[in-house]
Design a protein around this ligand. Sequence first.
Ligand code: ADP
Ligand code: MG
Ligand code: MG
Length: 248
Amino acid sequence: MMEIKNLHAAIGGNTILKGLSLTLEKGKVHAIMGPNGAGKSTLSKAVVGHYDVDVTEGEIIYDGQNVLELEPEERALAGIFLSFQNPVEVPGVNNAYFLRTALNAKERHEGKPETNAAQFLRLMRSHVEQLGMKPDMISRNLNEGFSGGEKKRNEILQMEILQPDVILLDEIDSGLDIDALKAVSEGINRMKNGERTFLVITHYSRILDYIDPDYIHVLQDGKIVKTGGPELVKRLESEGYGAIAEDA
Ligand code: ADP
Ligand code: MG
Ligand code: MG
């Protein structure tokens, strides 16, 4: 579904990704684990074209094209979605307005009729309720003053409304209480349809117990150094990343 080949990327002049290759299969859940500073967020930002990241070499092939040649907006319209590790607060931009604008852009791109304001409000309300969010999140400014858990639930809300094809979730589970972790995991599971591909960056096995990944990849020092099945998580927890790096 998406093939990342020999990706090299820098942030602020420092090379972070050093020839990273990774194939994401259609309909599968891929988890990425790795030590702090390994380049996990840099990878997710490179895929969506975040301005922080300079890709210096490599390709990301998706839907027959190299997405590195597309603008960030075009990547989003092509169905690539990233929930950032630290979602930005956007004062002055109403949450519902922001999301409806994004949805309408996608609908226009796909030649579908646009969801109008009243339809959208109903849709957003039902998702807000399902995710256990407070109703005022609809009319508040995007992420402004949201707690950590509220921001993460709001990212899942965006994902559920935009219905993307490739879903990257960067530490969606960090800092969540038990109820929020369940709500977020259930949202992810609702999105599974055998077609969508997920790339879930995490430090914890807890979310993986809920969302049942097909593959675990270990990212260390800017490369994928090991790929395995879910059993790899237990090994990482007992032996740490050092041991994995040695046999890689
Ligand atoms: P991870 O998500 O695996 O913890 P990141 O991809 O966020 O790691 O970061 C990789 C490296 O890039 C880290 O050493 C981090 O300090 C550095 N880095 C990230 N963002 C910036 C930035 N905006 N400016 C300078 N260095 C950065
Ligand atoms: Mg980190
Ligand atoms: Mg990170």
